[in-house]
Design a protein around this ligand. Structure first.
Ligand SMILES: NC(=O)c1ccc[n+]([C@@H]2O[C@H](COP(=O)([O-])OP(=O)(O)OC[C@H]3O[C@@H](n4cnc5c(N)ncnc54)[C@H](OP(=O)(O)O)[C@@H]3O)[C@@H](O)[C@H]2O)c1
Length: 249
């Protein structure tokens, strides 16, 4: 990337919540962004809203569970954007009470684990070929926890964070110029949290995303949103296994 080139980032899950706000704030900073999600009308509205921003916005509606269509969408967006400097793998789902328990868990595995891993593989190969890049993954404070309410969600975020650590080790072994940023938010206002009555330390989407972008631009390895969640994460890591097995929540 030349010094005058605007940074070019792909963002998955940009039709609502954190992804939508990332798109908004990055476009206002002049980034060239490619946005992916299933709800095309939401992406269109966001693109319209950002027409006057200094950045450029490209959109492609796709279901990330469809790997062939996702690869096509990423490739088309990168071509329209004139290249790629980073990807923010943000799309994710929580427990869906409208679905049967297994259907809900299966969807979380498909999106939070499989689609995340597919996106990371695609990006790794792309950046390895071009010799530089930045992969940002949306994990969660849940990567430090277990939960009886949403066992698959917490497990999926353990996967996300641990997978990124493994890829960072691969980057070190291959001596590559590739940054990997693991974002671990606590509670942030979004569609995912709007019906959850058990939230606390909730951050506004605007504030949370502003902090995320500060960390992304510094190419930090790990970011807690907001910072106080780091304390809870460190405490959770100290809890022995036999205590986790006795907890009920
Ligand atoms: N909000 C929080 O408190 C919190 C805390 C920690 C971590 N996170 C993580 O932050 C990320 C964003 O969540 P959010 O809170 O902003 O929730 P959200 O408002 O529900 O956004 C989720 C995004 O993921 C997209 N998505 C879901 N399934 C998809 C699929 N099959 N194909 C393509 N896109 C898909 C959705 O778009 P479509 O429905 O249009 O496809 C939407 O844009 C998630 O990974 C979540 O786990 C959130």
């Amino acid at each position: 990337m030349s010094l005058t080139q605007s940074p070019r980032y792909l963002i998955t899950g940009a039709s609502s919540g954190i992804g939508e706000e990332l798109a908004r704030q990055l476009a206002k900073k002049g980034y060239i962004i490619g946005l992916v999600a299933r709800r095309k009308e939401r992406l269109n509205t966001l693109k319209e809203e950002l027409l006057e921003s200094p950045g450029k916005v490209f959109i492609h509606a796709v279901d990330l569970a469809n790997e062939i269509e996702t690869t096509k969408a990423f490739t088309k967006l990168v071509s329209a954007m004139g290249g790629l400097d980073g990807i923010i793998l943000n799309a994710g789902v929580g427990r869906d009470d409208l679905k049967a328990p297994w259907e809900s868990d299966a969807q979380t595995i498909d999106i939070n684990i499989r689609a995340f891993a597919h996106g990371l593989h695609w990006a790794f190969a792309h950046f390895q070929k071009q010799g530089h890049g930045h992969i940002v993954g949306m994990s969660s404070i849940a990567s430090h926890l277990a939960s009886g309410h949403a066992p698959v969600y917490t497990a999926s975020k353990h996967f996300v964070s641990n997978y990124m650590t493994g890829f960072r080790m691969k980057v070190n072994a291959l001596n590559m110029k590739l940054d990997i940023t693991d974002i671990r938010p606590g509670y942030v206002v979004s569609e995912m949290t709007q019906n959850n009555p058990n939230t606390f330390w909730m951050a506004s989407t605007h504030r949370a995303v502003k902090m995320m972008i500060q960390g992304i631009e510094k190419k930090k390895k790990r970011i807690y949103i907001t910072k106080r969640w780091r304390l809870l994460a460190e405490l959770a890591d100290l809890i022995p296994y036999f205590i986790w097995n006795r907890l009920s929540f």
